[in-house]
Design a protein around this ligand. Structure first.
Ligand code: MYA
Length: 434
């Protein structure tokens, strides 16, 4: 998931941009802060009754440098994987969700729209569109059996959901077949009944049945143990609405009209040869992206089919642009963002916040700041209210300069059954999950 965050209080972006951070390491996950987490977890025995039983890095092992990188547990023979689903409380039953079906898609959409991730103050809730869900859950080689629902037997109502999709993810030099697990959701009325661990065990079982033993996932909560912790940054495109609905606040000594002026963008993009990505660009974009992602400790291993699926523009779902040199016709730069609105829970005037999320960007010739500024211009033209970006990859190099402000929540990245040598800085991460 993508965590739902809004602009942090009193920390609007600096009008001048370019101001160096007071502490260069402010976004690093320090050993000290993790050690503190270890202490907390040890002092509260059984803090993670479920997660302590799982093959994931445990807090107590964080300082142990003798543990090697790689799988925590070896695969078991397929014949030993449990053949029947886990037990649910008697009133509920498992279903496999057919995301090709309009009705099923709508049921999932309705569950998530009313019960999925909210920000800390419950002002906004993710509102993934049906089209987005269809895209996110059906990449090349997807397994229908990994789209798992729970229904109430009597009413037939969908009350819980969890999904996996297959992905090849490189961790340092190893390419690992993984499941990306996302959209874990339990209906609000069924919370805190330990249904989530059953959902997670069931998706694990179905992933194992396909002979896959590792997974990647993100969450807004701290679990044992993050491979990195990232922060969201927000760039206002429609500051008046963002302030009206409580997403951001008017900065100190700022008026509404000064704020609107501060965030104003040109109508036209600046980069010569900047255009929308088209189907014939897939091979060039794949080359550009593969070459770029090599430098990160953890990143997807995209082939042309993946790029076609994940990065070819899809109306209202994903937007991608590239720079083609007018002289050589070489594709030198690339940027993309996906569309994820949030429902606004308490406003009289507005029901939806239209948010774009920075996805994969590559700059080789166009300075990244200029490339992303062009992406902001396109997002503004498409009527987005805000443009969000994590501090992953090289994003830190444009955030302050382009007037992004820090968000109020963190996003933790995890691997299941795979230990990494040490905790990563966000800038060492080349993976964006939806
Ligand atoms: S992250 C998005 C998660 N969804 C939401 O935040 C939506 C709103 N919230 C809810 O629907 C519920 O609160 C959920 C928990 C369903 C989140 N990831 O049933 P419970 C642990 C992992 O009583 P509920 C996303 O989708 C919690 O620490 N574990 O709690 C990625 C505790 O365990 P322990 C979580 O609140 C999901 C236990 O669940 C999360 O009713 C990746 C409590 O269960 C969380 N986000 O339901 C899943 N939240 O006692 C892991 C709570 O040990 C995939 N918990 O602390 C792992 C890989 C599997 C595949 C492996 C293949 C090899």
């Amino acid at each position: 998931m993508t965590n739902n965050t809004k602009e942090e209080e009193n920390q609007g972006p600096t009008p001048q941009g370019n101001i160096p951070p007071e502490n260069e390491n402010e976004n690093e996950v320090s050993i000290d802060s993790l050690a503190r987490k270890v202490q907390e977890s040890l002092s509260l025995a059984n803090r993670h009754k479920f997660w302590e039983t799982q093959p994931v890095g445990q807090f107590k092992d964080l300082a142990d440098t003798s543990l090697s990188e790689g799988p925590i547990e070896a695969p078991t023979p397929l014949s030993e994987v449990k053949q029947e689903p886990y037990n649910l409380p008697a009133q509920y039953e498992w279903i496999t969700c057919d995301m090709d079906s309009e009705e099923m898609c709508l049921e999932v959409y309705n569950l998530l729209t009313h019960n999925y991730v909210e920000d800390d103050e419950n002002m906004f809730r993710f509102n993934y569109s049906k089209e987005f869900l269809g895209w996110a859950l059906r990449p090349p080689g997807y397994y229908r059996s990994w789209h798992i629902g729970v229904r109430a037997k009597s009413s037939k109502k969908l009350v819980a959901f969890i999904t996996g999709i297959p992905a090849r993810i490189r961790v340092h030099d190893s390419i690992v077949n993984m499941a990306e697990v996302n959209f874990l959701c339990v209906h609000k009325k069924l919370r805190s009944k330990r249904l989530a661990p059953v959902m997670i065990k069931e998706v694990t079982r179905r992933v194992h049945l396909e002979n896959i033993w590792q997974a990647a996932y993100t969450a807004g909560v701290i679990l044992p143990t993050p491979i990195t912790t990232c922060q969201y940054w927000h760039r206002s495109l429609n500051p008046k609405k963002l302030i009206d609905v409580g997403f951001s606040r008017l900065g100190a000594r700022m008026t509404m009209s000064r704020t609107i002026k501060l965030y104003k963008l040109p109508d036209q993009t600046a980069t010569r040869g900047f255009r929308k990505m088209e189907p014939h660009d897939v091979p060039a974009v794949t080359r550009l992206l593969r070459n770029y992602l090599r430098q990160f400790a953890v990143a997807p291993d995209f082939d042309e089919n993946d790029v076609e699926h994940w990065l070819l523009p899809k109306e209202g779902v994903v937007d991608s642009y590239l720079v083609e040199s007018p002289e050589t016709h070489e594709v030198t730069d690339f940027c993309s963002f996906y569309t994820l609105p949030s429902s606004i829970l308490g406003s009289q005037n507005h029901s939806t916040l239209k948010a774009a999320y920075s996805y994969y960007n590559v700059s080789t010739k166009t300075p990244l700041v200029q490339l992303i500024n062009d992406a902001l211009i396109m997002a503004k033209r498409k009527d987005f209210d805000v443009f969000n970006a994590l501090d992953v990859m090289h994003n830190e190099s444009f955030l302050k300069e382009l007037k992004f402000g820090p968000g109020d929540g963190k996003l933790h990245y995890y691997l299941y059954n795979y230990r990494v040598r040490h905790v990563l800085r966000p800038s060492e991460l080349g993976l964006v999950l939806l």
